[in-house]
Design a protein around this ligand. Structure first.
Ligand code: SF4
Length: 556
């Protein structure tokens, strides 16, 4: 079966040394990306590690498809314990890093320990260099890129960077790459910051040979020829459809539709788009470089989730204001979903919905942990009591836009997800919006959810973009990987199970698979979900499945 090739590079920031390791056995069982990083994290990070302490490990990993010529493969995975949820977290980013990363000859990089000085680490196919960079303390993301470009002649497409938010350990700081792309959710930028690691560069000419079947060109051709509206409006194209027919959470989740959705949705974003945007090798090109001629403001996005978090949910109905929030988050290195939802919680507490100037001020303060920003930097789960507002999180992660109150299977997905209220953890929302599944109710949805979580976990290991499913069909993926779809889903299932087992050891159980709202037959659906997975009814994984026995997750 197709899997990633290359070595694991472990970089010890405490000792400032690096070593290479053969992990072919892990690659054969877990393919690459999220799968390989999850297996390594599960086996190597102490279960009681402090997410912001030296014992936490941060992984960057690619998969076999990062050496293909196929669209939808310009992505990379990052994994660590999340400072926001306390559980294991994988997140992936697009942009142009993936090809530069694999050219180092490594399929995965593991960061351990912590430095006593702010560091830039440079990884090439001939070794690792540690550079103390005290002058970059507090530097924004693009300024950090400019520094590396000046010193190393490497552009931002070679970098992963923690912005000021990461350095300040904002719990939802992200890791930025290519300046505007984010390993977004769960606070892995704070893990980088806690390790005193400002930026890492990847460069080389030593990608191992991976033979990719010819079907890759069929996927690529279809992506190039497609006239899908996502090519013009990216993820924002569905804003008004969702607002009109389902729910676009508005004013901190107190309303289900936004009267100014048309002013911040797909058409409004397309009007500001000034060129095509894409990731490495992707002919689909759904990204959204936007510019406001009047103010000169330029950013990439906003995506649909940002249109929700800094638009409808904040009561802000001007696309330029949303673009400004997006740009600030990129420079500071903040997850736009968690940042926007936390800001909206504050707006609710102060009755200030729609105050865009205040929104921008709060984002700056969060990134720098100044004033009230220090409280908001902790996220909604930790600050809602003080603000006197509802806790719109699951497992400590702020909710994404797709509203489980309107598409109930997505609600169940938020609850069972090992990473909290994460809309990318399964693929069920597409089935509910399209009518393939009745959006109402949970009857019979647990098996569908299990399969779609497994599918997402496998694709995150390939690494294959979540927007590829109309082009990289199940049949084509079977041909690409040389395996039956069921076998690939089993790999995805093993990844989900290892994540769950890791979280169980950190105290997570059924009581954490919860929501701040009621869904019909929710407890019964949870029962069915655990049964389908072969787990205990308290939401834990039987030890026998990990350490042997009938062990789904033991395949190492
Ligand atoms: S579909 Fe969009 S997000 Fe996915 S790889 Fe292509 S450009 Fe990037």
């Amino acid at each position: 079966m197709l899997h990633g090739k290359g070595t694991l590079l472990t970089i010890d920031l405490t000792e400032r040394e690096a070593r290479e390791e053969n992990i072919d056995d892990v690659l054969q069982s877990f393919v690459g990306g999220r799968g390989v990083a999850t297996k390594l994290a599960h086996d190597r990070i102490p279960f009681d590690a402090d997410p912001l302490g030296p014992e936490n490990r941060l992984y960057f990993s690619s998969g076999p498809l990062q050496q293909s010529q196929m669209s939808f493969t310009g992505r990379m995975n990052a994994t660590a314990i999340s400072p926001l949820t306390g559980g294991i977290r994988s997140t992936n980013a697009g942009g142009f890093l993936s090809r530069n990363f694999v050219e180092t000859g490594h399929v995965a990089v593991e960061i351990v320990g912590e430095s006593d000085e702010l560091l830039a680490v440079h990884v090439t196919d001939s070794g690792v260099e540690f550079e103390e960079v005290p002058q970059l303390e507090g530097a924004e993301v693009s300024a950090t890129s400019e520094y590396v470009e000046g010193v190393r002649d490497l552009g931002s497409e070679h970098l992963v960077t923690a912005g000021p938010a990461g350095e300040n350990e904002v719990r939802y700081a992200c890791v930025m790459t290519s300046d505007t792309r984010a390993f977004g959710r769960g606070g892995l930028g704070a893990v980088m910051g806690a390790k005193n690691l400002k930026t890492m560069s990847f460069d080389g000419d030593s990608a191992p040979e991976v033979e990719i079947p010819d079907v890759q060109m069929e996927v690529h051709r279809d992506a190039a020829q497609s006239d899908d509206s996502m090519k013009r409006q990216g993820t924002t194209g569905g804003t008004e459809f969702i607002n009109d027919n389902f729910s676009l959470p508005t004013r901190y989740f107190t309303e289900f539709s936004f009267e100014d959705a048309d002013k911040i949705g797909g058409d409004a974003v397309e009007e500001k788009k000034y060129k095509r945007g894409t990731c490495s090798q992707c002919a689909f090109g759904c990204k959204l470089p936007t510019r406001d001629e009047e103010t000169g403001l330029e950013t990439e996005g906003p995506e649909f989730e940002t249109v929700f978090s800094f638009g409808s949910n904040a009561g802000v109905g001007d696309i330029v204001d949303v673009m400004k929030s997006n740009e600030l988050c990129d420079e500071l290195g903040l997850d736009t979903i968690s940042a926007g939802v936390t800001v909206s919680a504050y707006l609710k507490s102060e009755d200030e919905f729609g105050n865009a100037e205040l929104v921008h001020e709060l984002v700056e303060k969060i990134g720098r942990r100044e004033g009230v920003g220090d409280l908001l930097a902790e996220g909604v789960d930790r600050c809602h009591d003080e603000l006197g507002v509802e806790n719109w999180t699951s497992k400590g992660l702020e909710f994404a836009a797709h509203d489980g109150r309107a598409i109930n299977g997505q609600g169940l997905s938020y609850a069972t997800s090992n990473s909290g209220a994460d809309h990318m953890y399964s693929e069920i929302l597409g089935a509910e919006y399209s009518g393939e599944l009745d959006p109402e109710g949970l009857e019979g949805k647990a098996p569908f959810l299990v399969e779609s979580e497994n599918s997402a976990a496998f694709k995150d290991s390939g690494v294959l973009c979540a927007f590829s499913s109309d082009y990289a069909t199940e049949e084509r993926i079977e041909e690409l990987f040389g395996a039956e779809w069921e076998e690939l889903l089993e790999i995805g299932g093993r990844i989900v199970e290892l994540e769950r087992h890791f979280n169980n050891q950190r105290g997570f159980d059924r009581s954490d698979d919860d929501l701040p709202y009621d869904l019909p037959d929710f407890e019964q659906a949870l029962d069915e979900y655990y049964e389908e997975r072969g787990w205990n009814q308290d939401g834990t994984v039987p030890e026998s499945r990990i350490s042997g026995g009938d062990g789904a997750a033991s395949a190492d």
